[in-house]
Design a protein around this ligand. Sequence first.
Ligand SMILES: [Zn+2]
Length: 573
Amino acid sequence: MYWSKLFIPTLREDPADAEVASHKLLVRGGYIRQLAAGVYSYMFLAQRSILKIIGIVREEMDAIGAQEMLLPALNPAEIWQESGRWDLMGDNMFRLKDRFQRDMCLGMTHEEVMTVIARSELRSYKQLPQLWYQIQTKFRDEPRPKSGLLRVRQFIMKDSYSFDMNAAGLDAVYDRHYKAYCRIFDRCGLRYVAVQAHSGSMGGSQSHEFMVESEAGEDWVVMCKGCGFAANLEKATSIPVPPAVEDPAGDLEPEKFHTPNRKTIAEVAEFTGLPETSQMKSLVLVAGDKPVLALVRGDHTLSETKFLAAMGANEFRPAHPEEIREWFGADAGSLGPIGVKNLRIIADLALKGRRNMIAGANENDYHLRNVTPGEDFQTEFFDLRQAVAGDKCEACGGTLSLHKTVEIGHIFKLGYKYSSSMGLRVLDVNGKEVTPIMGSYGIGIERILSAAVELYCDEHGMSLPVSIAPFEVVVTPVNSGDKAQMAAATEIYKACLAAGMDALLDDRDERPGVKFKDADLIGLPYRVTVGKKLAQGKVEVVERRTRAATDVAVADAAAYVTGKIREARANGR
Ligand SMILES: [Zn+2]
């Protein structure tokens, strides 16, 4: 294609509201334009990249035997009510009424629709297993859309769904997805890690997320360099560092002491001269409609996901100040487990075996020392806390680190959640009705583009992997008015096209600085510059990512750059 004929509206300035690199660069590069909060138009360059990403995803899904479909984004409420997710999805779901006042919604995911198809059509074990997928637009009413294409309200997803007769079948198709996802992300040129994840509102037993490490991300992942363990922070378990000061020994009685205006863990630590690890943190929460006192070590943070799992609840809220006063006879900042009645008390495992700790006295401005869990008060122990950097790995004892990541894919073993709640049954080999087992597998298409920009960018712009860049090579005559330069550039451009390369000719009547800046900004992996050296029969080939420049004979230029591109395609660079 000829750049002079294209609409590539590059900008010199970052958009005012952009914080992360991919947001700035995709807007500046003329890839995307915002229509509303979290809703973007994909212009020519973005669409070219997205179609390439979709092409890779489709090839790898087809290769594992998945059958492509296209399901409606507009869904009736009934199917979401059947699965129980009409309420569960809350404000994240776009809802609307049709002209007959029937409730409808825009799909966030398609377990329900796929299960409707399966239960209407599948009758016998002979028709299983099935593996169905689509590449389609999804909607999610994000409370705080931001970060360009990383947190949006409308996005493209590849989602696949498996139906099997038994768990062994599900294990096999889950494994095929795991490997296909690795091939997809390798081919897209990403550096990523597969981590153990929590299933959240999807339900089910096992799940992995595929994450790209990035400062732009909002998901924290815990990793062990020693053994390769990696898990989402919501899910990660770990061995906590021991308390900074050993507990006082012996069978000591709880003893009240005055802590005027000391409410926070840090204030009490400073006041007592004892570290935060010597305290119990008391959190009063209401899970479902049941109040509960949750205890964690002073320096630890409650994991909301683990708390909900322990309570078997879908949501919780902090107790209101009036509720706390009614239940404890004191205000937040002076609360503890002793003397608490009619309230369930749960404690994190890091408190198990601890003795003579400090906790609130349930009297304003007072704390207790010598509080021993299991002796001075009864409690149930759960893993409730978030892992922190410096904790030890449960598998190998190595030191854990925390990393910010962007999620690009997620695979789930759903089990029987949807097939059972929505009545999907088939006849087994004995003619008996059985419930198939399901899996669900997603990839965020635009996330791949954003993550690639985050991984590969510098002060000049983005440097996309060859496989997903909108063009693989740009041929740039330094002076488009120079007949010899234009002729040589056109010849190289045509030879690249003939060799199957996705080439662009920058024939614009612009200063060379502008042409180079634009090509660097939009991230094209290779540039062939046809300039003054043409007099000596040479052109320059520049690799965008390394900025390495090589002089090549005019006649060899197309073959040289074609070789580079083929190598990069093969190695996912
Ligand atoms: Zn380890």
